[in-house]
Design a protein around this ligand. Structure first.
Ligand SMILES: Cc1cc2nc3c(=O)[nH]c(=O)nc-3n(C[C@H](O)[C@H](O)[C@H](O)COP(=O)(O)OP(=O)(O)OC[C@H]3O[C@@H](n4cnc5c(N)ncnc54)[C@H](O)[C@@H]3O)c2cc1C
Length: 385
Protein backbone atom coordinates (compact mmCIF):
# COMPACT_ATOMS: atom_id res chain seq x y z
CA UNK A 1 0.00 0.00 0.00
CA UNK A 2 1.41 3.43 -0.92
CA UNK A 3 1.89 5.84 2.00
CA UNK A 4 -0.86 8.43 2.56
CA UNK A 5 -0.15 11.75 0.79
CA UNK A 6 0.05 14.42 3.45
CA UNK A 7 -1.95 17.57 2.68
CA UNK A 8 -0.14 20.79 1.77
CA UNK A 9 -1.06 23.38 4.39
CA UNK A 10 -1.06 27.14 3.72
CA UNK A 11 -0.68 29.07 6.97
CA UNK A 12 -1.68 32.74 6.97
CA UNK A 13 0.12 34.72 9.70
CA UNK A 14 3.50 34.13 11.36
CA UNK A 15 2.32 35.00 14.87
CA UNK A 16 2.41 32.78 17.93
CA UNK A 17 -0.28 30.39 16.69
CA UNK A 18 0.77 30.22 13.02
CA UNK A 19 4.41 29.52 13.85
CA UNK A 20 3.52 26.84 16.42
CA UNK A 21 1.40 25.12 13.77
CA UNK A 22 4.15 25.49 11.17
CA UNK A 23 6.73 23.92 13.48
CA UNK A 24 4.41 21.06 14.50
CA UNK A 25 3.49 20.21 10.89
CA UNK A 26 7.02 20.50 9.54
CA UNK A 27 8.27 18.14 12.24
CA UNK A 28 5.63 15.62 11.12
CA UNK A 29 6.68 15.83 7.46
CA UNK A 30 3.87 18.01 6.06
CA UNK A 31 4.53 20.45 3.24
CA UNK A 32 3.73 23.90 4.57
CA UNK A 33 3.99 27.51 3.50
CA UNK A 34 3.62 30.42 5.92
CA UNK A 35 2.56 33.84 4.63
CA UNK A 36 3.18 36.89 6.77
CA UNK A 37 2.10 40.41 5.79
CA UNK A 38 5.03 42.10 7.58
CA UNK A 39 8.12 42.63 5.46
CA UNK A 40 10.45 41.73 8.35
CA UNK A 41 9.92 39.76 11.57
CA UNK A 42 10.60 42.82 13.74
CA UNK A 43 8.83 45.46 11.65
CA UNK A 44 5.89 45.67 14.10
CA UNK A 45 6.02 46.11 17.88
CA UNK A 46 5.65 42.58 19.27
CA UNK A 47 4.20 43.61 22.64
CA UNK A 48 5.57 42.83 26.05
CA UNK A 49 5.26 39.74 28.19
CA UNK A 50 3.14 36.58 27.93
CA UNK A 51 2.50 34.09 30.69
CA UNK A 52 2.58 30.53 29.51
CA UNK A 53 0.87 27.71 31.30
CA UNK A 54 -1.14 25.33 29.11
CA UNK A 55 0.77 26.81 26.17
CA UNK A 56 3.95 25.33 27.64
CA UNK A 57 2.53 21.84 27.07
CA UNK A 58 2.08 22.70 23.39
CA UNK A 59 5.61 24.10 23.19
CA UNK A 60 6.89 20.94 24.88
CA UNK A 61 5.47 18.92 21.99
CA UNK A 62 7.47 20.93 19.44
CA UNK A 63 10.63 20.81 21.56
CA UNK A 64 10.63 24.46 22.65
CA UNK A 65 9.47 24.36 26.28
CA UNK A 66 12.99 24.00 27.70
CA UNK A 67 14.22 26.99 25.66
CA UNK A 68 11.28 29.01 27.07
CA UNK A 69 12.15 27.92 30.62
CA UNK A 70 15.78 28.93 30.03
CA UNK A 71 14.98 32.28 28.41
CA UNK A 72 11.91 33.20 30.43
CA UNK A 73 11.31 33.45 34.16
CA UNK A 74 8.96 31.84 36.67
CA UNK A 75 5.66 33.72 36.81
CA UNK A 76 4.82 35.29 40.15
CA UNK A 77 1.35 34.75 41.61
CA UNK A 78 -1.16 37.52 40.92
CA UNK A 79 -2.64 39.65 43.71
CA UNK A 80 -5.79 41.63 43.08
CA UNK A 81 -5.87 44.72 45.26
CA UNK A 82 -8.20 47.60 46.04
CA UNK A 83 -7.12 51.23 45.75
CA UNK A 84 -5.55 51.26 49.21
CA UNK A 85 -3.53 48.10 48.47
CA UNK A 86 -5.66 45.64 50.45
CA UNK A 87 -5.52 42.15 48.95
CA UNK A 88 -8.95 41.12 47.62
CA UNK A 89 -7.92 37.77 46.19
CA UNK A 90 -4.69 36.03 45.28
CA UNK A 91 -3.96 33.52 42.52
CA UNK A 92 -0.98 31.16 42.63
CA UNK A 93 1.25 30.99 39.55
CA UNK A 94 0.49 27.30 38.74
CA UNK A 95 4.14 26.77 37.72
CA UNK A 96 3.64 29.13 34.80
CA UNK A 97 6.50 30.74 32.91
CA UNK A 98 6.66 34.29 31.61
CA UNK A 99 8.61 35.33 28.56
CA UNK A 100 8.94 38.52 26.57
CA UNK A 101 6.55 38.16 23.63
CA UNK A 102 9.22 39.22 21.06
CA UNK A 103 11.59 36.55 22.45
CA UNK A 104 8.92 33.87 22.23
CA UNK A 105 8.21 34.84 18.63
CA UNK A 106 11.91 34.65 17.78
CA UNK A 107 12.14 31.17 19.34
CA UNK A 108 9.16 30.04 17.28
CA UNK A 109 10.64 31.53 14.11
CA UNK A 110 13.84 29.58 14.71
CA UNK A 111 11.80 26.35 14.91
CA UNK A 112 10.48 26.72 11.33
CA UNK A 113 12.69 26.45 8.25
CA UNK A 114 13.36 29.85 6.75
CA UNK A 115 12.43 28.70 3.26
CA UNK A 116 8.88 27.92 4.45
CA UNK A 117 8.11 31.51 5.46
CA UNK A 118 7.27 34.19 2.93
CA UNK A 119 7.38 37.71 4.35
CA UNK A 120 5.59 40.71 2.85
CA UNK A 121 2.70 38.47 1.70
CA UNK A 122 -0.72 39.81 2.72
CA UNK A 123 -3.46 37.26 2.18
CA UNK A 124 -6.76 38.67 1.00
CA UNK A 125 -9.18 35.80 0.31
CA UNK A 126 -9.44 32.10 -0.46
CA UNK A 127 -11.53 29.96 -2.81
CA UNK A 128 -12.26 26.29 -2.16
CA UNK A 129 -13.05 23.69 -4.83
CA UNK A 130 -13.30 19.89 -5.01
CA UNK A 131 -9.57 19.40 -5.44
CA UNK A 132 -8.08 21.98 -3.09
CA UNK A 133 -8.03 25.62 -2.13
CA UNK A 134 -6.50 28.76 -3.67
CA UNK A 135 -5.17 31.57 -1.51
CA UNK A 136 -5.07 35.03 -3.08
CA UNK A 137 -2.80 37.91 -2.04
CA UNK A 138 -3.26 41.64 -2.33
CA UNK A 139 -0.53 41.90 -5.01
CA UNK A 140 -2.67 39.71 -7.29
CA UNK A 141 -0.62 36.51 -6.84
CA UNK A 142 -2.07 33.22 -5.62
CA UNK A 143 -1.01 29.80 -4.36
CA UNK A 144 -2.67 26.35 -4.28
CA UNK A 145 -2.84 23.99 -1.35
CA UNK A 146 -5.07 21.43 0.38
CA UNK A 147 -5.90 23.49 3.46
CA UNK A 148 -5.76 27.20 4.39
CA UNK A 149 -5.40 28.04 8.08
CA UNK A 150 -6.22 31.60 9.08
CA UNK A 151 -3.80 32.51 11.87
CA UNK A 152 -4.03 36.18 10.98
CA UNK A 153 -4.99 37.49 14.38
CA UNK A 154 -7.76 39.57 15.84
CA UNK A 155 -8.45 41.53 12.60
CA UNK A 156 -8.38 38.41 10.42
CA UNK A 157 -9.11 39.12 6.74
CA UNK A 158 -9.98 35.47 6.13
CA UNK A 159 -12.46 35.40 9.02
CA UNK A 160 -14.12 38.43 7.42
CA UNK A 161 -14.69 36.32 4.32
CA UNK A 162 -15.86 33.18 6.13
CA UNK A 163 -17.93 34.67 8.98
CA UNK A 164 -18.29 38.35 8.13
CA UNK A 165 -18.77 39.38 11.75
CA UNK A 166 -17.59 42.66 13.26
CA UNK A 167 -15.13 43.27 16.06
CA UNK A 168 -16.83 44.11 19.33
CA UNK A 169 -15.42 46.88 21.47
CA UNK A 170 -15.79 45.62 25.03
CA UNK A 171 -15.93 49.08 26.60
CA UNK A 172 -12.39 49.20 27.96
CA UNK A 173 -9.43 51.23 26.70
CA UNK A 174 -5.93 50.47 27.97
CA UNK A 175 -3.27 53.13 28.43
CA UNK A 176 0.14 51.50 28.95
CA UNK A 177 3.65 52.45 29.89
CA UNK A 178 6.87 51.11 31.32
CA UNK A 179 8.75 51.81 34.57
CA UNK A 180 12.47 51.20 34.88
CA UNK A 181 15.56 52.55 36.68
CA UNK A 182 14.88 54.44 39.92
CA UNK A 183 11.10 54.11 39.54
CA UNK A 184 11.23 50.31 39.35
CA UNK A 185 13.76 50.17 42.18
CA UNK A 186 11.61 52.39 44.42
CA UNK A 187 8.48 50.44 43.45
CA UNK A 188 10.14 47.20 44.57
CA UNK A 189 10.18 48.42 48.16
CA UNK A 190 6.41 49.00 48.27
CA UNK A 191 4.22 46.48 50.08
CA UNK A 192 1.89 45.96 47.12
CA UNK A 193 4.71 45.30 44.62
CA UNK A 194 4.53 41.52 45.00
CA UNK A 195 7.37 40.71 42.57
CA UNK A 196 6.01 43.37 40.23
CA UNK A 197 2.78 41.55 39.61
CA UNK A 198 -0.54 42.92 40.81
CA UNK A 199 -3.83 44.23 39.57
CA UNK A 200 -5.50 47.14 41.32
CA UNK A 201 -9.22 47.71 40.91
CA UNK A 202 -10.91 51.07 41.53
CA UNK A 203 -14.12 52.70 40.23
CA UNK A 204 -11.94 55.08 38.19
CA UNK A 205 -9.91 52.39 36.41
CA UNK A 206 -7.64 49.41 36.92
CA UNK A 207 -3.86 49.20 36.98
CA UNK A 208 -2.10 45.97 36.00
CA UNK A 209 1.62 45.64 36.71
CA UNK A 210 3.92 42.87 35.49
CA UNK A 211 7.71 42.51 35.39
CA UNK A 212 9.42 42.23 32.00
CA UNK A 213 12.16 39.95 33.33
CA UNK A 214 13.38 37.99 36.34
CA UNK A 215 15.27 41.03 37.66
CA UNK A 216 12.06 43.07 38.03
CA UNK A 217 14.01 46.13 36.95
CA UNK A 218 11.61 46.85 34.11
CA UNK A 219 7.91 46.86 34.82
CA UNK A 220 5.12 47.03 32.26
CA UNK A 221 1.97 48.66 33.60
CA UNK A 222 -1.39 49.25 31.99
CA UNK A 223 -4.29 51.33 33.18
CA UNK A 224 -7.71 50.09 32.01
CA UNK A 225 -10.46 52.68 31.73
CA UNK A 226 -14.18 52.16 31.07
CA UNK A 227 -14.68 54.42 28.06
CA UNK A 228 -16.69 54.81 24.87
CA UNK A 229 -14.89 53.58 21.73
CA UNK A 230 -12.32 56.16 20.59
CA UNK A 231 -13.14 58.51 23.50
CA UNK A 232 -9.68 58.49 25.12
CA UNK A 233 -7.88 59.23 21.85
CA UNK A 234 -10.38 61.97 20.98
CA UNK A 235 -10.33 63.61 24.41
CA UNK A 236 -6.57 63.46 24.90
CA UNK A 237 -4.69 64.13 21.65
CA UNK A 238 -2.23 65.87 23.98
CA UNK A 239 -0.50 63.02 25.83
CA UNK A 240 0.49 65.41 28.66
CA UNK A 241 -3.24 65.89 29.34
CA UNK A 242 -3.69 62.11 29.22
CA UNK A 243 -1.00 61.66 31.86
CA UNK A 244 -2.81 64.25 34.03
CA UNK A 245 -6.03 62.31 33.55
CA UNK A 246 -4.38 59.04 34.67
CA UNK A 247 -3.07 60.80 37.76
CA UNK A 248 -6.51 62.29 38.45
CA UNK A 249 -8.02 58.81 38.28
CA UNK A 250 -5.37 56.73 40.06
CA UNK A 251 -3.01 59.24 41.70
CA UNK A 252 -4.42 58.46 45.16
CA UNK A 253 -3.92 54.68 44.85
CA UNK A 254 -1.43 52.69 46.88
CA UNK A 255 2.26 52.83 46.03
CA UNK A 256 3.67 52.16 43.40
CA UNK A 257 0.75 53.10 41.09
CA UNK A 258 1.17 56.91 41.40
CA UNK A 259 4.93 56.43 41.10
CA UNK A 260 4.49 54.67 37.72
CA UNK A 261 2.22 57.43 36.44
CA UNK A 262 4.35 60.32 37.65
CA UNK A 263 7.54 58.90 36.11
CA UNK A 264 6.23 58.22 32.61
CA UNK A 265 7.12 60.61 29.79
CA UNK A 266 3.77 61.47 28.15
CA UNK A 267 5.02 60.59 24.64
CA UNK A 268 5.71 57.04 25.87
CA UNK A 269 2.08 56.39 26.74
CA UNK A 270 0.34 54.04 24.35
CA UNK A 271 -3.37 53.56 23.89
CA UNK A 272 -5.09 50.30 22.94
CA UNK A 273 -8.80 49.63 22.74
CA UNK A 274 -9.94 46.16 23.78
CA UNK A 275 -11.92 44.16 21.20
CA UNK A 276 -13.25 40.65 20.88
CA UNK A 277 -15.91 38.96 18.74
CA UNK A 278 -18.97 36.80 19.22
CA UNK A 279 -18.11 33.09 19.59
CA UNK A 280 -17.50 31.15 16.37
CA UNK A 281 -19.80 28.31 15.29
CA UNK A 282 -17.86 25.20 14.30
CA UNK A 283 -18.28 24.42 10.60
CA UNK A 284 -19.05 21.05 8.93
CA UNK A 285 -15.45 20.76 7.70
CA UNK A 286 -13.79 22.12 4.59
CA UNK A 287 -10.50 23.36 3.27
CA UNK A 288 -10.28 26.49 5.38
CA UNK A 289 -10.14 26.85 9.13
CA UNK A 290 -9.18 29.38 11.80
CA UNK A 291 -6.77 29.32 14.71
CA UNK A 292 -5.91 31.48 17.74
CA UNK A 293 -7.14 35.06 17.79
CA UNK A 294 -8.68 34.68 14.33
CA UNK A 295 -10.94 31.96 15.79
CA UNK A 296 -11.55 33.31 19.31
CA UNK A 297 -10.16 36.80 19.92
CA UNK A 298 -10.49 37.70 23.57
CA UNK A 299 -9.63 40.45 26.01
CA UNK A 300 -6.21 40.25 27.68
CA UNK A 301 -7.79 40.15 31.15
CA UNK A 302 -7.56 36.38 31.61
CA UNK A 303 -4.14 36.06 29.95
CA UNK A 304 -5.18 33.12 27.78
CA UNK A 305 -4.88 34.21 24.14
CA UNK A 306 -1.33 33.01 23.45
CA UNK A 307 -1.83 29.78 25.38
CA UNK A 308 -4.95 28.89 23.43
CA UNK A 309 -3.41 29.79 20.05
CA UNK A 310 -0.60 27.31 20.71
CA UNK A 311 -2.96 24.60 21.98
CA UNK A 312 -5.12 25.07 18.85
CA UNK A 313 -2.03 24.52 16.70
CA UNK A 314 -1.25 21.14 18.24
CA UNK A 315 -4.91 20.11 18.13
CA UNK A 316 -5.04 20.87 14.39
CA UNK A 317 -1.82 18.95 13.75
CA UNK A 318 -3.22 15.96 15.70
CA UNK A 319 -6.55 16.10 13.86
CA UNK A 320 -4.76 16.13 10.47
CA UNK A 321 -2.68 13.15 11.58
CA UNK A 322 -5.58 11.04 12.76
CA UNK A 323 -8.58 11.94 10.56
CA UNK A 324 -8.77 10.27 7.16
CA UNK A 325 -9.03 13.50 5.17
CA UNK A 326 -8.76 17.28 5.47
CA UNK A 327 -12.53 17.82 5.67
CA UNK A 328 -13.06 15.54 8.65
CA UNK A 329 -9.91 16.82 10.38
CA UNK A 330 -11.22 20.39 10.15
CA UNK A 331 -14.64 19.35 11.50
CA UNK A 332 -13.12 17.53 14.49
CA UNK A 333 -10.67 20.36 15.17
CA UNK A 334 -13.27 23.14 15.02
CA UNK A 335 -15.62 21.34 17.41
CA UNK A 336 -12.78 21.07 19.91
CA UNK A 337 -11.41 24.60 19.69
CA UNK A 338 -14.84 26.23 19.65
CA UNK A 339 -15.81 24.44 22.87
CA UNK A 340 -12.62 25.58 24.59
CA UNK A 341 -12.07 28.97 22.96
CA UNK A 342 -15.64 30.21 23.06
CA UNK A 343 -16.05 29.77 26.81
CA UNK A 344 -12.67 31.42 27.44
CA UNK A 345 -13.75 34.29 25.20
CA UNK A 346 -17.02 34.85 27.04
CA UNK A 347 -15.41 34.65 30.51
CA UNK A 348 -12.66 36.94 29.36
CA UNK A 349 -15.19 39.59 28.27
CA UNK A 350 -17.15 39.24 31.51
CA UNK A 351 -14.05 39.60 33.66
CA UNK A 352 -12.82 42.62 31.65
CA UNK A 353 -16.15 44.35 32.23
CA UNK A 354 -16.39 43.41 35.92
CA UNK A 355 -12.88 44.78 36.49
CA UNK A 356 -13.98 48.11 35.02
CA UNK A 357 -17.28 48.75 36.69
CA UNK A 358 -17.33 52.46 37.45
CA UNK A 359 -20.13 52.68 40.03
CA UNK A 360 -18.78 52.85 43.57
CA UNK A 361 -21.57 50.62 44.97
CA UNK A 362 -21.05 47.86 42.37
CA UNK A 363 -17.31 48.04 42.91
CA UNK A 364 -17.72 47.61 46.69
CA UNK A 365 -19.97 44.61 46.05
CA UNK A 366 -17.43 43.11 43.65
CA UNK A 367 -14.56 43.68 46.06
CA UNK A 368 -16.50 42.11 48.91
CA UNK A 369 -17.32 39.08 46.76
CA UNK A 370 -13.70 38.71 45.78
CA UNK A 371 -12.70 38.72 49.44
CA UNK A 372 -15.28 36.17 50.57
CA UNK A 373 -15.28 34.00 47.43
CA UNK A 374 -18.77 34.90 46.08
CA UNK A 375 -20.09 34.52 42.50
CA UNK A 376 -17.91 37.31 41.10
CA UNK A 377 -14.84 35.55 42.50
CA UNK A 378 -15.82 32.52 40.36
CA UNK A 379 -15.64 34.74 37.30
CA UNK A 380 -12.12 35.81 38.23
CA UNK A 381 -11.03 32.22 38.94
CA UNK A 382 -8.06 30.92 36.97
CA UNK A 383 -6.85 34.30 35.80
CA UNK A 384 -3.45 33.61 34.29
CA UNK A 385 -2.03 37.10 33.71
C1 LIG B 1 0.60 43.22 24.71
C2 LIG B 1 -0.02 41.86 24.72
C3 LIG B 1 0.17 41.04 25.84
C4 LIG B 1 -0.40 39.78 25.85
N1 LIG B 1 -0.22 38.96 26.94
C5 LIG B 1 -0.71 37.69 26.93
C6 LIG B 1 -0.50 36.76 28.02
O1 LIG B 1 0.10 37.09 29.05
N2 LIG B 1 -0.98 35.50 27.90
C7 LIG B 1 -1.64 35.09 26.79
O2 LIG B 1 -2.03 33.90 26.72
N3 LIG B 1 -1.88 35.94 25.74
C8 LIG B 1 -1.43 37.22 25.78
N4 LIG B 1 -1.65 38.08 24.74
C9 LIG B 1 -2.46 37.62 23.62
C10 LIG B 1 -1.62 36.87 22.65
O3 LIG B 1 -0.43 37.54 22.29
C11 LIG B 1 -2.44 36.57 21.41
O4 LIG B 1 -3.64 35.97 21.83
C12 LIG B 1 -1.68 35.63 20.51
O5 LIG B 1 -0.57 36.30 19.98
C13 LIG B 1 -2.57 35.11 19.40
O6 LIG B 1 -1.77 34.43 18.46
P1 LIG B 1 -2.24 34.41 16.95
O7 LIG B 1 -1.21 33.61 16.24
O8 LIG B 1 -3.65 34.00 16.84
O9 LIG B 1 -2.20 35.92 16.48
P2 LIG B 1 -0.92 36.94 16.42
O10 LIG B 1 0.17 36.49 17.32
O11 LIG B 1 -1.50 38.29 16.59
O12 LIG B 1 -0.40 36.78 14.93
C14 LIG B 1 -1.12 37.18 13.79
C15 LIG B 1 -0.13 37.33 12.65
O13 LIG B 1 -0.82 37.42 11.42
C16 LIG B 1 -0.22 38.44 10.62
N5 LIG B 1 -1.27 38.86 9.67
C17 LIG B 1 -2.37 39.60 9.92
N6 LIG B 1 -3.12 39.74 8.83
C18 LIG B 1 -2.47 39.08 7.83
C19 LIG B 1 -2.76 38.86 6.44
N7 LIG B 1 -3.87 39.34 5.87
N8 LIG B 1 -1.87 38.15 5.70
C20 LIG B 1 -0.73 37.65 6.26
N9 LIG B 1 -0.41 37.84 7.58
C21 LIG B 1 -1.28 38.53 8.36
C22 LIG B 1 0.18 39.47 11.64
O14 LIG B 1 1.15 40.38 11.13
C23 LIG B 1 0.73 38.59 12.76
O15 LIG B 1 2.09 38.28 12.58
C24 LIG B 1 -1.13 39.34 24.72
C25 LIG B 1 -1.32 40.18 23.61
C26 LIG B 1 -0.76 41.43 23.62
C27 LIG B 1 -0.96 42.33 22.39
Amino acid sequence: MSPRRLPKVLIVGAGLGGLTLAAALEQRGYEIEVFERDAAPESRDQGFVVNLETGLAALDRIGLADAVRRTGFATAGLKILNSSGKVLIEFPSHDAFSIARPTLRRLLLSAVSESSILLGARAQRYAEDDRGVTLYFDDGSSVRGDLVVACDGVRSALRRQRVGDALIYVGVTIVGGEASGDTAAAAASSKAFSEGKFMTLTPRGSCYSTPLGAMQDRIRWSVGIAAIEGEIDRQFPDRGALKEELLRRLGDCHDPVPRYLEAIAPEELNIRQVYDREPLDPGPGGRMTLLGDAAHPMTPYRGLGANLAMLDALDLADALDTAGDVNSAVAVYERKICRRGNSAQVMSRQVARAMHWDEAFMCSLRDLQLRVGGAVAGLFRNIRR
